[in-house]
Design a binder for this molecule. Structure first.
Ligand code: ZN
Length: 73
């Protein structure tokens, strides 16, 4: 169970405003290594404790207004 990779996406502020489902902050990881990555501006964050990466990713997504460029992901 602990090795199951987390895969959660939080829609960014910009994504919500434009209803653009590509504008997300993606959380991945397992065990004690978790990462979030913003698809809009490529910002990343790390945490060793899963609840914290979700909080960070959620906070980040709520503030980020960057949009992915068309044709890139
Ligand atoms: Zn961002």
């Amino acid at each position: 169970m602990s090795n199951t990779p987390v895969s959660v996406r939080y829609l960014t502020l910009a994504g919500r405003a434009l209803a653009d489902a590509r504008s997300t902050v993606d959380v991945t990881g397992s065990g004690t290594s978790f990462t979030y990555r913003c698809r809009g501006c490529k910002a990343t964050g790390r945490h060793s404790y899963e609840p914290n990466i979700h909080k960070d990713a959620q906070d980040y997504a709520a503030a980020c207004r960057a949009l992915p460029r068309p044709g890139k992901s």
